[in-house]
Design a protein around this ligand. Structure first.
Ligand code: ATP
Length: 559
């Protein structure tokens, strides 16, 4: 397909803020999309592969500027000037391409296949001359682009498409295009996406318009899925009311989620952000090989750190660096050991366990895991209808340095990707949010060159709304925790706009913060401001879809 057609679709989508209109526009486009154009489904959301694929374009604003400069014959300095003026590299590329087009005759036709093919070469490049090769792959595309194509190419490269559509919009558009907005079909499409995490795969099936086919989309060992999430409840009493008596009560470990896949002899570990972290945890691979029976399975677990000498559990912050660190792994394994607590099973020996009741799944866990505390073990659990026993168990969990307890309905199924009312967390009030960094300011004096003040945002459906500015909790020196230098390095490639010392940052880096109070405030787009927000940890495991929502902020404010 001509890339121009897709660029025009992007333009039409950004022309309306209304979700329903966007869905209708997209639905019409999908209806006539050919089977062989399935990969456009990735481009629609600004990517080149399904969400879980680890090959990312990794193109910074700086590199895009160089390519725009080359493709349009404009000096880099001039491109930067235009960027500061217009605030959007897409518009810069559009404007400069327009100028160039007036002086040169151009005959190339850019296709979506060519765009995908060049963009997919980017993550494959390695070694000497990588930067130059990247620039020439991008320049090749920009050179044959029309102004509007250049606009959306540049935006795709820096990961800021700005057309206001999300996975949910694509799902709804598929339901409208192929099933006449049938409610049941919407649900089935969502389930299929949650299991496969691949919009193009689901598109292939949905376009045939057969509900039964969608139901056949199944889990695949080795392919990550979105995990089931819990709702919050104030206390044990309310918990029982919601999940019924008796129920299972488990420790809510203060660690991070690891989803463990076994396929023949291969063990693969994923975070809840669908990232493959197998290399970071060689000891877990070993525990699973030694202590879990079964040819193939998917286990849902919480990894929690502990002190080697005292055997006391450590808080999440203490071990969070194990998720990201790709070097010194053998050393970290010794200094920051973790225990795997298995709390669910989703697949076993060729059979999906999603529709089995929790009671049965938890029995299966106990049957196949040889319990080895401080290595791998089923989660600590009681099954009871007695409130006193439940309260005692809750107290014990807190004494054991854990966050609280989870209360689970014994008959409930496993719903990937959903925040369900049959799995509840009970924990003390903590004044703790998970927010995303959407802006920052460069420091001055001693802190020159570092980003030192950070704009934080919560989520409202598919938008990010600002809720405060934070500078405390981050360290000047590396060895004392997460440093300004480290955070600046992470954030710089994500800068999408610069104005004086302030920068706008593509929402990606999720952090945990504590605060003293929430106030109403007209200064931030959420309508709220956090007083004294303080950084506590990076949350590299947490996807954007699961950060604190505006509703949760409102609830905490009212409390
Ligand atoms: P929080 O920020 O309160 O940890 P969260 O947003 O990370 O919550 P929730 O869905 O609210 O995630 O709470 C469930 C999380 O608790 C799971 O994602 C999992 O990582 C963790 N957890 C710890 N122990 C258990 C357990 N026994 N059963 C289920 N989840 C558990």
């Amino acid at each position: 397909m001509r890339y121009q057609k897709l660029a025009e679709l992007y333009e039409a989508l950004s022309g309306t803020p209304k979700r329903l209109e966007k869905t209708e526009i997209l639905s019409k486009f999908l209806k006539y999309l050919h089977e062989s154009d399935r990969e456009i489904l990735y481009l629609l959301l600004g990517s080149i592969y399904p969400e879980y694929n680890e090959k990312k374009m990794g193109i910074s604003s700086q590199l895009t500027i160089k390519a725009i400069s080359k493709a349009t014959g404009t000096e880099s300095r001039q491109v930067v000037r235009e960027w500061k003026n217009l605030g959007d590299l897409g518009e810069v590329a559009e404007k400069l391409t327009e100028h160039k087009k007036q002086s040169t005759l151009h005959s190339h036709i850019l296709t979506t296949e060519k765009v995908i093919s060049n963009l997919r070469k980017l993550p494959e490049l390695e070694g000497n001359g990588t930067v130059d090769k990247k620039i020439s792959l991008i320049t090749e595309l920009l050179t044959s682009a029309s102004p509007i194509e250049a606009k959306y190419l540049a935006r795709t490269l820096i990961g800021d498409l700005r057309v206001g559509i999300h996975e949910s919009t694509v799902r709804e558009a598929m339901s409208s295009a192929f099933f006449n907005k049938d409610k049941e079909a919407s649900k089935k499409i969502q389930e299929a996406v949650d299991k496969s995490n691949d919009l193009a795969d689901v598109f292939d099936i949905a376009r045939k318009g057969k509900l039964k086919e969608l139901e056949k989309v199944s889990l695949e060992v080795g392919k990550p899925i979105k995990v089931m999430l819990a709702q919050k409840v104030e206390d044990i009493k309310k918990g029982f009311k919601a999940v019924g008596k008796p129920c299972a009560i488990e420790y809510k470990y203060d660690g991070f989620r690891l989803i463990i896949h076994k396929k023949e002899d291969e063990i693969i570990l994923f975070t809840r952000r669908l990232e493959n972290v197998t290399k970071q945890f060689p000891e877990v691979v070993e525990y699973v090989k030694k202590y879990v029976k079964g040819k193939s399975f998917i286990l849902d677990t919480e990894a929690v750190g502990f002190d080697k000498k005292t055997k006391k559990y450590k808080p999440f912050q203490a071990v969070s660096q194990r998720i990201r660190r790709k070097y010194d792994i053998e050393k970290l394994k010794e200094t920051l050991p973790i225990e795997i607590n298995v709390f669910d099973i989703i697949y076993y020996n060729g059979m999906s366990q999603l529709n089995e009741p929790f009671e049965k799944r938890t029995k299966l866990i106990k049957k196949i895991i040889e319990k080895h505390p401080y290595k791998i073990t089923p989660s600590k659990q009681i099954i009871t209808k007695d409130e006193k026993k439940a309260e005692e168990f809750y107290k014990k969990a807190l004494k054991d340095n854990q966050e609280g307890v989870m209360m689970k309905n014994l008959q409930a199924v496993y719903q990937p990707g959903s925040r369900v009312g049959h799995m509840l967390k009970v924990k003390p009030e903590d004044r703790d949010f998970d927010l995303v960094i959407t802006g920052a300011e460069y420091g001055t004096g001693k802190r020159f060159g570092w980003l030192t003040s950070f704009i934080l945002s919560c989520r409202d459906k598919n938008n990010f709304l600002e809720i405060g500015k934070m500078g405390t909790g981050i360290k000047e020196k590396e060895e004392h925790g997460v440093s300004f230098n480290e955070l600046t390095k992470e954030l710089k490639p994500l800068i999408i706009k610069e104005k004086g010392r302030s920068v706008t940052i593509k929402p990606k880096i999720v952090i945990a913060v504590t605060y003293q109070e929430i106030q109403k405030s007209p200064n931030y787009s959420s309508g709220f401001a956090l007083r004294f927000p303080r950084f506590t940890a990076l949350r590299p495991d947490k996807p954007l879809s699961e950060i604190t929502t505006l509703n949760e902020v409102k609830k905490e404010f009212e409390r």
